[in-house]
Design a protein around this ligand. Sequence first.
Ligand SMILES: O=C(O)C1=C[C@@H](OP(=O)(O)O)[C@@H](O)[C@H](O)C1
Ligand SMILES: C=C(OP(=O)(O)O)C(=O)O
Length: 439
Amino acid sequence: MTANLASQDLWPAPSANGAVDATVQVPGSKSVTNRALVLAALAAEPGWLRRPLRSRDSLLMAAALRSLGVGIEEGVGPDGSGEAWRVIPPDRLRGGSTVDVGNAGTVMRFLPPVATLADGPVRFDGDPRAYERPLHGVIDALRALGARIDDDGRGALPMTVRGGGALEGGKVAVDASSSSQFVSALLLSGPRFNQGVEVRHTGRTLPSMPHIRMTVEMLRAAGVQVDTPDSGGEPNVWRVSPGALLGRDLTVEPDLSNAQPFLAAALVTGGRVVVPDWPARTTQPGDALRELFTAMGGSCELTGQGLVFTGSGRIHGIEADLGEVGELTPGIAAVAALADSPSTLSGVAHLRLHETDRLAALTREINALGGEVTETADGLHIRPRPLHGGTFHTYDDHRMATAGAVIGLAVDGVRIENVATTAKTLPDFPEMWTGMLGN
Ligand SMILES: O=C(O)C1=C[C@@H](OP(=O)(O)O)[C@@H](O)[C@H](O)C1
Ligand SMILES: C=C(OP(=O)(O)O)C(=O)O
C-alpha cells in the first residue's frame, strides 16, 4: 500500500466553526447511472437518462460504450429541463477498441459481458490498482457461458474479450464473495444471451445485496423477466430470461453513499443538513444511513424538502455488520473515531479489494492522527482517542478523502492528500464541502 506520489497536493480540510446548517444537492448515483447506461446500450430502442452522474466512473462507462458503437448524446431532457443523456443503441456492438476501466469496479465488471456481444475483440485495461481487483468471477463465468477471453492467467486485467456477435449463455456457478458486481455483471447482459443466464453464487458470503437488488429492479423496469431468491426462487440463484430490453426514460436518484459525508457533518457538529430528492423507496445501500447515523446519535426525518438530518452534539460508537453496505464503511469509521464509545465494524473483509485495502488504509491514517484502530478478520475495531492534525493519505480512494474531511471538521490541521481523487464519483466535493460550511 503506497500513497500516490504523483498526487501529493495537500488540501487543508476545513474545521467547522459551529453547527452546520445547510441544504446539499447531491449529484446522481454512480451505481444507478452506470447500470442505466449499460441497460440503455443493450436496449432495442433509444432511451433517456436524466440527472446522470458526471464523474470519472460514469464518464469512463460512457466512453467505453461509445467505443462499442453506442450513441450517447449529452444535453438537456425532452422537456428542456435539466441535464439528460440520450442513449442510442447500435444495430450491432462494435469490436476493435480498448476500454479504459480506470479503477471503476462497475466498468471493469459490467462491460466484459457486453463485449462478448461485440463483433470483434475488445481489450480491457485500467489503472494499476485495477490489475489487482478481482475479476476472475466474470472471466471464468463468461468462458463457461461460451466466451473466448485472453488473459495472462491471473483472472484479472488486462485482458481481451474476443466478441463473437452473440453468446450462448445458460447456467453458470460463480463465487461472488469478493464482489457482488460479478453477479450484477452477468445479470445485466443476461437478457441478450441466446439462452439468458442462470447465475448460482457458490461462495460462503455475498456482500452488497442491495446492489444486486438494484440490478434486478432495473432489469425488470426494462421489461426483463428475472427470478430471484427474494421472489420465491432458490437461495443464491438468479435467472434472467432472454428477450429485448425496453428503452427507458429514467431519472437518476441522488447518490446516497455520497450524501454520507454531509450527513456526517451534521452528526459531528451537532448541526442540520437537508438532502433534497432523497427517495422514499430505493435499493441504494446509502439509505441505511438513516438507521446507522441515528444509532450513532443523530435523528432524521423524510419531509417534502428531502431528508432532514440533525445531529445532537453527541456521537456514539456502534456495533454493526456492514456486509450489505460496505461502501459506507470509511465514512462510518471516520465518525466512529470521534465518538464517545468504541465501535466494531464487521462483515467487510472484501473491502481489502476495493479502490485500496480500505481496512489497512483507515487503520493507518486514523492512527497516524492519534487514533486507536485495529483490523479484525472482517472489519475494524475503533477506540476513540483525542486526535491531532497531520496528513491524511488517500491511496487514490474517493471514500478515504471524504472520510478524512469528516475528521477534519472536528480536528484542526488535517491535510488531505489528493482530494481530487473524489472525482471518481463526486467531482465537486471540495466546493460542495466549503459551500456547506458557508466558506
Ligand atoms: O454494483 C455496484 O454498483 C457496487 C457494488 C459494491 O461492490 P462490491 O460488492 O464489490 O463491494 C459497492 O461496494 C460498489 O461501490 C458499487
Ligand atoms: C467500491 C467502490 O467502487 P467500485 O464501483 O469501483 O467497486 C466504491 O465506490 O466504494
